[in-house]
Design a protein around this ligand. Structure first.
Ligand SMILES: *Cc1c(COP(=O)(O)O)cnc(C)c1O
Length: 374
């Protein structure tokens, strides 16, 4: 990731946008935020979006708007950014962590359904109310199966789209087929701000109205709280910068996909490359490969000046804040445990040059040959 490259790429547009805001005298929830909400919702293909302060707040606000809180159980994955699980507890609900599918790294629908059935039979941790599906790395979770499970068990489905701007399933963009969806525009995400920002989409006008009031103290009229709310407003500077960046998003996702296609073609066989489920479009927020020899691969690439990372080195259920406290679902978390020691994220962003991609694939192949010879 190399966030500053985007600034130099579109510098004139960003500078003009900043000047417009600074000269306007309106700095929070003004015209730029309203314009971003219109253009982002149109890009997603839904009637409305609520811009908020960050992706964690977006999930928190989605849960609270759906009436989920104390005594409720929300099922999600351990193999995710900790924000997904933190947001559940911020809303006052209890998380239950479900294993992921070994190919797509997204929630395993069978283990999810088994867990719902088991907790309904013996409600020890809370009443199941919602599922948060994380489209991890930019690959859609199995939304068809998840919608079906949530409908049968009368649960809300919430999509964590923080890594998946531009991903789709069956031609439909992620974030548009559930009770609610949360996006993050953190500076390294597919649609990045130059600071914190996020957004929420809801399935109905009523939920949108309630979520919009919840964003600012429960206000529908200024200074009058209809119910207790949050403060998770977005500022005009970030919205203006996002308006610029959104104009380039489709092209940037296409560039990520082109880089991924080259990695796929040149690295398949050396490493386990990402799987794309039939009918899905992967947005490649991250290009994550798997190898049992991850650490030597990382050292080797580092020695050639190629940075890599691990998303994520420690599953949520192993982290000090959660370990021994947060329950896991039926079938355990074996896949989550297994992949945590093998995954590695290769360089991926829209401005990688062809030479940079070649340098990565050559370095991986040389490492692989040296390993085979030793
Ligand atoms: C980044 C991220 C979030 C949280 O977004 P912030 O804007 O950092 O609060 C939530 N879920 C996932 C999967 C993420 O990658």
């Amino acid at each position: 990731m190399d966030p500053v490259r985007a600034y130099f790429e579109y510098r004139a547009e960003f500078d003009a946008a900043l000047r417009t805001v600074l000269e306007s005298g309106s700095y929070i929830l003004g015209e730029q935020v309203a314009a971003f909400e219109r253009s982002f919702s149109a890009w997603c293909g839904v009637p409305a979006a609520i811009a908020v302060a960050n992706g964690t707040d977006a999930l928190h606000l989605a849960l609270r708007t759906l009436g989920i809180g104390t005594g409720d159980l929300v099922l999600t994955v351990s193999h995710t950014a900790v924000a997904t699980v933190a947001a559940i507890e911020l809303a006052g609900a209890a998380p239950m962590l479900i294993d992921v599918d070994a190919d797509t790294y997204t929630i395993d629908p069978q283990k999810l359904e088994d867990s719902i059935v088991a907790t309904r039979r013996r409600p020890r941790h809370g009443v199941p109310k919602a599922v948060i599906a994380v489209h991890l790395y930019g690959h859609p979770a199995d939304l068809g199966a998840l919608r079906d499970i949530c409908a049968r068990h009368e649960l809300h489905l919430i999509e964590d789209c923080a890594q998946a701007h531009g991903a789709s399933e069956g031609g439909r963009r992620v974030g548009t087929g559930a009770s609610a969806a949360a996006f993050s525009f953190y500076p390294t995400k597919n649609l990045p701000a130059f600071g914190d920002a996020g957004a929420v989409l809801f399935a109905s006008k009523d939920l949108d109205d309630r979520g919009r009031a919840l964003r600012e103290y429960g206000w529908r009229r200024r200074f009058i709280s209809d119910f207790p709310g949050m403060n998770t407003r977005l500022d005009e500077l970030q919205a203006a910068l996002l308006n610029v960046r959104l104009r380039h998003l489709d092209q940037e996702v296409a560039r990520r996909q082109a880089t991924a296609a080259r990695y796929d073609a040149e690295l398949d066989g050396e490493l386990i490359v990402p799987v794309v489920r039939t009918g899905c479009e992967h947005a490649y927020h991250l290009y994550v490969v798997r190898t049992p020899h991850r650490d030597t691969l990382r050292e080797n690439l580092q020695s050639r000046g190629i940075g890599t990372s691990i998303h994520y080195p420690m599953p949520v259920h192993r982290q000090p804040a959660y370990s021994g406290r947060v329950p896991h679902g039926e079938g355990g978390l074996q896949v989550t445990e297994d992949i945590a020691g093998q995954i590695v994220s290769l360089p991926m962003h829209p401005f990688l040059s062809s030479e940079e991609v070649s340098a990565v694939t050559e370095a991986v192949r040389m490492w692989s040959r040296a390993r085979a010879a030793s």
